[in-house]
Design a protein around this ligand. Sequence first.
Ligand code: 2IP
Ligand code: CA
Length: 369
Amino acid sequence: MAALLKSLVGASEKSARIAQLCRQEEALFQLLIEEKTGTDKNKKFVQDFKTLADVLIQEVIKHDFPELHGHIGGEESNQFENKTLVVQVCATQQDTASLLFTILDRNQPAAELLAAAIHQEVALQDPALDAVALAIPPERLAIWIDPIDSTNQYIRGQARVAPIGGICPSGLCSALVLIGAYDRSSGDPVLGVINEPFFREDPLTHRWQGVYHWGISYQGTSLSSLRRPPLRPEPCVVLSSSETLAIQRALRPLYGERLRFASGAGYKMLCVILGLAEAYVLSEGSTFKWDSCAPHAILRALGGGMVDLEAALQAWRAGQWGALPELTYNQPAGGAVGAERWANRGGLVAFMHREHLEVVLATLATAAL
Ligand code: 2IP
Ligand code: CA
C-alpha cells in the first residue's frame, strides 16, 4: 500500500511540475494560449493539451503499476486526438521526447521540457508516507485523475488574490492535481492525493512551491497527512459563483456573510478538508468522478464525506436519515453518453461533520428550490 500511495503522490508531483512548467516556460505556455483568437479553437486546444497531460500522468502510473492497466480514468476522452500515435512513457527520456515531438507538431522545446518532467526522479522525503503499512491489493483498486482542475483559473494565472476568511475566491491557488483510487467492486473512494502546485511563490526566484495532502480510508482504517478540523461555532459554506439563486437564498439566513464563493470544484472540496468551510454545496451536475474521488477519499479518512445532493434530499424528506447516499465511483450514469456518464449528476454536498451535513439538508429540504 505504501508503494501505491507513494507512487500516486509521485505522479501528483510530476503532474504539479508540468502545471508549474507550463506557466514558467514560454514554449509550454504557448501550447495553452495558442490560437487564442478563435474561442472554440482555443478551447479545443486547451482541452487537447489537458488530455495530453492527463494521458501522460496515467502513463506514469501504468508504468509503476501495470496491474492497474485498464483501470485508470480521467477526462472525457482518454485517447489523445491523434489516434495513430500512442501516448506513452518510453524507456528513456530521449524516446519520450521524440514521441512528444511528433505529437506536439514538431515543437522541440515543449517536447523536451515535458519529457524531462516525466522522467525526473521524484525524491519523496516523507516519513509519514513511508510509515503507511496498510495492505490493499492494487488489483482491487481503480484510479480517477484530474491533472489540472480549475483550468480557467490556471490559464488566467492570477498569482495574488486576497483570501476572504482563508478562502481565495479565484486565482492560481485553485488549480489542483487530483488523483483518487476507489474500490472496483464497492465503488467507495479509498485513497486520495491532492496536490497544490501553486501553494506559495518564492519571493526571490518567483518559482512556485507546491504542497500535497493524502488520505486513506479502507475497511475501518483511516490515515491522513492532515488532521480532522473542528466544527467551528460560526460555520461557513462555500459555493460556486454560478450556484443557483435558489440555493443561495435558502442558505443565506443560516450563513449570512459566511456564505463564500470560490472557483474550482477540487479547491472548494479542499477548503472543507482544511476546515476553511464546513460544507461545499453544489446543486448542479457539473462535477465529474475525477473531480471528487480524491477529495472524497481524504474527507472520509478524516471522518467526513460527500453525498449526492438530490438523493440525500430525497432520503431526508422520506425520513431516512440513517442512509444518506455517498457518491460512488465505479458505475456510469444510466442513459448518459461521453463524459456525462461520469458526472455527479445529482450535485453534491462535501462535509466534515455529519451534524453539519444534517443542518444543510434540513435547511434545503424545506426550501423552494
Ligand atoms: C471544473 C473546474 C470548475 C468547476 C467545474 C469543474 O473542472 O473545477 O472550476 O466549476 O465544476 O468541472 P466551478 O469553478 O464553478 O466550481 P476543469 O477545470 O477540470 O474543467
Ligand atoms: Ca476538473
